[in-house]
Design a protein around this ligand. Structure first.
Ligand code: CO
Ligand code: ZN
Length: 332
């Protein structure tokens, strides 16, 4: 699974520009899905199984876009100013490297700012090695992602887009391993999550699910000193989301997910994320409303170029997702 993860995290795909990563995923699931389509916003939707008397139409959504940058201005000396695509922390930018969709590479520099001052995005620029506007290979509107190779630390793995490619890996692996399901499962590899759950919004409308799950990363509360006061930790199992700032998971579904994890002896933790949203909101609020939940992979340093997850959490997230999709869903 690690080679799949490496391929997924190293393929660029800022929100709205997911064509390369979509091709990688299509290839990975081609043999296992019953039907694959792409909707108007570019989300890849793969159906597995047919609905039985005990089954439901189920949507599973993992977003395939990542945070990135978009060019706003190129100056006379060829320096490139940019704006954010999704939540970019200026602190994680300086000295970083970026990769444009056409393969152009660059580094992020910074205007001199006063001692003790935090940089803002407007203090930063990309240097692609140009000497003037005329020989600058990028133009206004071009997009890039952060460039950082996959780092295999054994039990822990680090990459620039674990959010949310690790969930895409989990969904792909669950799709492949799902042998018997009473459900018609629609695995959605959604676009534009980082700019407001846009791909999952149209995909959920199109799929018209009776129940849905997002799969996404969540923050960890296990780093020193400045970590948010959060109960999640790397290695303690996939997290069953109770709430984030975009939606409240259906409590009946949360209870059922907990019981399923316990029955299958899969470690799990409960998640309340105070700042951050997921595709679960888009599923829950589509049409006249859908019971929705979320399986989260705990991740350190979310939205930095070095997001860290735990290999056992990833494997257990696959197991939990397969378990959830293999049985009738009982909402007590
Ligand atoms: Co994110
Ligand atoms: Zn995410």
């Amino acid at each position: 699974m690690k080679s799949l993860i490496q391929k997924l995290v190293e393929t660029p795909g800022p929100s709205g520009f997911e064509y390369a990563i979509r091709d990688v995923i299509r290839e990975a699931i081609a043999d296992a899905a019953d039907e694959i389509r792409v909707d108007a916003l570019g989300s890849l939707i793969a159906r597995v199984g047919t609905k039985t008397d005990e089954g439901m139409r189920v949507m599973v959504s993992a977003h395939i876009d990542e945070i990135g940058l978009m060019v706003t201005h190129v100056d006379a000396n060829g320096f490139v100013r940019f704006t954010n695509i999704g939540g970019i922390n200026p602190l994680t930018c300086y000295g970083g490297r970026v990769l444009f969709m056409d393969g152009t590479q660059g580094v992020i520099g910074m205007d001199v700012i006063g001692p003790g001052k935090m940089p803002k995005l407007s203090d930063l620029f990309i240097d692609v090695g140009a000497t003037s506007k005329d020989d600058c290979p990028v133009k206004v509107g071009d997009v890039c992602g952060f460039e950082r190779p996959f780092l295999d630390l054994g039990k822990r793995m680090v990459a620039k887009s674990m959010d949310d490619r690790i969930a895409a890996a989990v969904a792909i692996e669950a799709l492949r391993r799902l042998e018997h399901t009473p459900h018609e499962v629609h695995f959605v590899f959604s676009t534009q999550e980082e700019v407001g759950l846009r791909g999952a919004t149209t995909a959920a409308y199109g799929v018209d699910p009776e129940v849905g799950f997002a799969v996404d990363v969540t923050r960890s509360g296990d780093t020193p000193r400045f970590s948010p006061k959060m109960a999640t930790a790397l290695g303690d199992g996939p997290a069953i989301k109770v709430r984030d700032s975009s939606f409240i998971a259906d409590p009946r579904l949360v209870d059922w997910m907990i019981k399923a994890a316990q029955a299958a002896d899969i470690p799990y933790q409960l998640e309340v994320l105070e700042a951050g949203g997921t595709d679960g909101r888009a599923i829950q609020l589509t049409r006249s409303g859908v019971p929705a939940g979320c399986v989260s992979i705990v991740c350190r340093y979310v939205h930095s170029p070095s997001e860290m997850v735990d290999s056992d959490d990833v494997e257990n997230a696959v197991k939990l997702l397969v378990k959830l999709l293999s049985e009738p869903i009982i909402l007590g």
